[in-house]
Design a protein around this ligand. Structure first.
Ligand code: SF4
Length: 273
């Protein structure tokens, strides 16, 4: 048991559902998916975002990713975080339950979301993303270090193509397909209010397009190509039009090299309004 860096409350790693972790959406009774078919059933029957978050956060459908996220949490902690408990569970969506903007990222980082339990929280990618969301008026504060720090998003929600930290940041096609069913339900629940999907990186872009196709939304043909600032239009079966925007991912690989600058990210976020 190690103390949570913000609250000081001791936790085991991985964190048991309902044991008091800040903003843990699940409890000991939350149903757990152990296969792709169970992900489909539990995603489709999630009545709202709160239920979806809870079910995502305890999912065990991908054995390789479950093994990896838990091994990092138990024995693979980065030296600088060795005195902290690790969430060691999938990252549930974070933000406004009725978003105008749905941000679709790639996957949690092993020492970021897999440690803190919140999307893009506790790593350099998150520093970039939340600072930009704050400048754009979506985030209540520019930093996101720990769950329970008071950060709120208004009008925006962040989800990911894959919810468990993958080894080398590379989920397999099967893992992407399995986790895509959670994303399908995210899109269905966001569709009544969302005006814009912002895909971070080509994997987020492809995952969003695959999900909306499965849901029967109208997607332009040929398939819209990903690029920084790329834009396409999607139409839901109810006739609502949404914009799909692309941005280079906020990974260090892009931000350290200058491939993605603050100005470039701000310019894309300005178009989500
Ligand atoms: Fe479940 Fe997605 Fe994690 Fe696979 S990647 S175990 S489907 S949450």
């Amino acid at each position: 048991m190690l103390p949570h860096p913000l609250t000081g409350v001791p936790f085991a790693s991985p964190v048991p559902p309902g044991s008091g972790w800040p903003d843990d959406p699940a409890d000991a009774g939350t149903p757990v998916a152990h296969s792709a078919d169970e992900v489909v059933d539990l995603a489709r029957s999630a009545a709202d975002v709160a239920e979806l978050d809870a079910r995502v956060s305890v999912c065990r459908a991908c054995p390789r990713l479950v093994g990896w996220r838990e091994s990092v949490a138990v024995s693979g902690r980065r030296a600088g975080f060795a005195d902290q408990p690790y969430w060691g569970r999938p990252g549930p969506g974070f933000g406004d339950a009725r978003p105008r903007l749905l941000v679709v990222g790639l996957a949690p980082a092993a020492n970021g979301t897999n440690r803190t339990g919140r999307m893009f929280t506790g790593d350099r990618s998150g520093d970039w993303l939340y600072a930009a969301l704050h400048r754009a008026g979506y985030a209540s504060q520019p930093t996101s270090r720990h769950a329970g720090d008071g950060l709120e998003l208004t009008g925006a929600r962040i989800v990911a193509a894959v919810r468990c930290a993958p080894p080398a940041n590379k989920p397999t096609p099967e893992e992407r397909r399995t986790c895509g069913h959670w994303l399908d339900r995210e899109l269905e629940l966001a569709a009544p209010t969302a005006r814009c999907l912002l895909a971070l990186g080509a994997i987020g872009w492809d995952a969003a397009l695959a999900a909306v196709r499965r849901l029967g939304w109208t997607v332009p043909r040929p398939k819209p190509r990903f690029g920084h600032g790329a834009e396409s239009h999607l139409i839901t079966p109810q006739g609502r039009r949404l914009r799909l925007l692309g941005s280079y991912h906020v990974s260090q690989q892009n931000t350290f090299t200058g491939k993605l600058t603050e100005e470039m990210l701000d310019a894309v976020l300005a178009r989500t309004r």
